[in-house]
Design a protein around this ligand. Structure first.
Ligand code: PEP
Ligand code: MN
Length: 314
């Protein structure tokens, strides 16, 4: 970092009162920014943005298979989907558990995608890590310190969502727990915060994208779906996030959003997701980034990714 930028970052830190205990995640703790890489080649923090997409919850083999094929065809490189859902009501769909993990791994492998899925319990880390490429710690668990420590001991990258009403400082200190426990592969995910206004589900704090770029070496992505809660408005936030410098997106996509068992109102259908990805290319270029270089269906034969991608062409 240039000296001027260091002085500015120190100024921001004073303003938001970053304590000295915040050692490992701070920008100047490393010479280079952290780049998190998944086995399929998806990267968070480099020149390429990561496009993570999929249903809120894994509901069936057919739902996930169709979604994985569609998002891969549109250019996404990571499949998301909840196997264990942290629901406000204990009567709501809780997820299919290990069966969903199997489906995620299977569908992702067929289409050359990485897998990110949520872990809600420290006792579940080992199981989720045995299927997923990246473990999501959800907003409701951002300060579940036992889970953060366990995630720190895991050998898989962590996607740490911002808590429902968490300050930037609380969020960075939550990430600090994971790094301190030995896991340096942490990606932060802004997903909107609670506000006085219920017009949108949450309020996307777009300002944290450039702010975190100053404060930490960790990559930052944005989840526009949970931020706004209204499918037709998701693309605008997605575009704004990438323009602001986000290193990736986490977008909810469902074959039939009106029939989704969770978060249907904010889920894009396949056409909406495809249209969004087409808009993102030039926007990513504005901040010197590009879309995932994963090969798209119909582009080239010599893809090293899943056979099903090639079969699609025939
Ligand atoms: C999700 O990604 O489906 C989810 C539950 O997100 P959050 O933890 O941000 O509410
Ligand atoms: Mn959801």
């Amino acid at each position: 970092m240039k000296r001027g930028a260091c002085v500015e970052a120190a100024e921001v830190e004073r303003r938001i009162n970053v304590p000295q205990s915040y050692r490992l995640v701070r920008r100047d703790a490393r010479a280079e920014r952290t780049v998190v890489r998944l086995p399929n080649g998806a990267t968070f923090g480099g020149d390429e943005i990561a496009l993570c997409a999929g249903p809120c919850g894994v509901e069936s083999a057919e739902q996930l298979e169709r979604t994985a094929r569609a998002i891969a065809g549109s250019g996404a490189n990571v499949l998301r989907g909840g196997a264990y859902k942290p629901r406000t009501s204990p009567y709501s769909f809780q997820g299919l558990g290990e069966e969903a993990l199997r489906l995620l791994r299977d569908c992702a492998d067929r289409y050359g995608l990485g897998v990110v899925t949520e872990v809600v319990d420290p006792r579940g880390v080992e199981q989720v890590a045995s299927y997923a490429d990246m473990l999501q710690i959800g907003a409701r668990n951002m300060q579940n310190f036992a889970l953060l420590r366990e995630a720190g001991a895991a050998r898989k990258p962590i996607l740490l969502k911002r808590g429902l009403s968490a300050t930037v400082q609380e969020w960075l200190l939550a990430a600090e727990y994971v790094l301190l426990a030995g896991n340096e592969d942490v990606v932060l995910c802004e997903r909107g915060v609670r506000s006085f206004d219920a017009a949108t589900r949450n309020v996307l704090d777009i300002g944290v994208v450039p702010l975190l770029e100053e404060l930490t070496h960790l990559p930052v992505i944005v989840d526009p779906s949970h931020a706004i809660g209204i499918a037709r408005l998701v693309p605008a936030l997605a575009v704004a996030s990438v323009a602001a410098g986000a290193h990736g997106l986490l977008v909810e996509v469902h074959p039939e959003p009106s029939r989704a068992l969770s978060d249907g109102a904010q889920s894009l259908d396949f056409d909406q997701f495809d249209a969004l990805v087409r808009r993102l290319g030039p926007v990513a270029a504005l901040s010197g980034r590009r879309l995932p270089s994963r090969l798209k269906i119909g582009e080239r034969e010599e893809t090293g990714f899943g056979g099903a991608v090639q079969q699609q062409r025939r």
